[in-house]
Design a protein around this ligand. Structure first.
Ligand code: SF4
Ligand code: SF4
Ligand code: ZN
Length: 325
């Protein structure tokens, strides 16, 4: 069940709560003394009933209120940053604990033959709704793509010199095809959280198209455009890439950009390291938001299988063994 919204709480009450919370986390050694302006310096106007700095409790000027929860003193900013970093560490540790508990429960309930050596990963999660991409979204994407194809064709057919194209990101360093297949199935559990970064361009660049032209030497620019446009998804995740659909990426790997083929988020990078270290080809992964496990599954080179999870929605309580294309 969702937690109730607290937005109806008066502003000053929330500021006081936040202040109490922060000071509870700061030991006396790190707590700055109250800010007492001297009469020698011109001070910005600070009404007495204004929200207060969560560290030193001085009333905040309008400018300080806009910038955050502390006054402008470096001491307060540093103390607050320290508190935020500690809170982030606690959040990550709690999420990891919850994820490991989910793995152990699923292992027990389904008598899963997961060895202790099998990799484990905490991934983000895409939970955007699916919708039909708008004409405007497609139009802007195709306009940009047309320019990229035209530039690539000029290079390919020799009318302009080739640029210095880098090899970066073509595939994750040292990953074998089996490991790449496992990682792709991790992305299927996550449902493509990072693909929202491909909004408007799908990371397609001149070198993406040159690679396609080299693999398809008889293709004319209009054929290339047709090949890419025909794969735009009919229902894609809102505010994301035009190829980002429920079944994963609509583009085959050889048509994707180097970024798309090579990027690994932190969670997936950790899975790859464990696969390499343990010489295993199975991993247990969870897809999470900030604080919750949303999906859980076992991935291997053949596909992914989702398992019931206490925090799953009813739509997700099915198993799937569909490999990512
Ligand atoms: S790389 Fe990470 S964030 Fe991107 S789709 Fe794969 S699991 Fe999700
Ligand atoms: S082209 Fe495919 S992999 Fe790349 S951002 Fe779009 S949906 Fe994701
Ligand atoms: Zn302060």
């Amino acid at each position: 069940m969702q937690e109730p919204h607290l937005n109806c709480q008066p502003e000053f009450q929330r500021a006081e709560d936040a202040s109490a919370d922060v000071n509870h986390q700061l030991d006396a050694k790190h707590r700055p003394t109250e800010h007492r302006p001297t009469e020698h310096h011109a001070q910005p106007f600070r009404p007495f009933d204004a929200p207060r700095c969560v560290i030193c409790h001085s009333p905040l000027s309008v400018h300080e209120q806009v910038n955050g929860k502390t006054c402008s003193r470096g001491e307060c900013k540093t103390s607050y940053l320290r508190v935020e970093i500690q809170a982030e560490h606690r959040r990550q540790a709690a999420l990891r604990q919850r994820s490991l508990a989910t793995r152990d429960r699923i292992r027990r309930e389904h008598s899963l033959d997961l060895s202790r050596d099998d990799a484990f990963g905490i991934l983000p999660s895409n939970d955007r709704p699916l919708k039909q991409p708008s004409k405007r979204q497609i139009g802007e994407f195709v306009d940009r793509l047309t320019q990229v194809i035209s530039h690539a064709a000029q290079i390919h057919f020799g009318s302009v010199p080739a640029e210095d194209l880098t090899d970066e990101y073509d595939k994750p360093t040292d990953a074998t095809p089996r490991q790449l297949a496992v990682l792709g199935n991790g992305c299927a559990v996550c449902r493509g959280h990072c693909c929202s970064q491909g909004k408007g361009h799908a990371f397609i660049s001149v070198d993406t198209i040159l690679k396609y032209l080299n693999a398809n030497p008889t293709a004319r620019p209009r054929d290339v455009l047709q090949a890419y446009v025909s794969r735009i998804g009919s229902r894609t995740y809102a505010d994301s890439c035009v190829y980002h659909s429920q079944n994963g990426c609509e583009l085959p790997r050889e048509m994707r950009s180097k970024v798309c083929n090579g990027y690994l988020c932190k969670g997936l990078y950790s899975v790859l390291s464990q696969l390499q270290e343990n010489e295993s080809s199975t991993a247990f992964v969870v897809a999470t938001d900030q604080n919750h496990v949303l999906r859980a599954g076992v991935i291997d080179p053949a596909g992914h299988q989702l398992y019931d999870c206490a925090e799953l929605s009813s739509d997700d309580q099915t198993t799937s063994n569909q490999a990512e294309a």
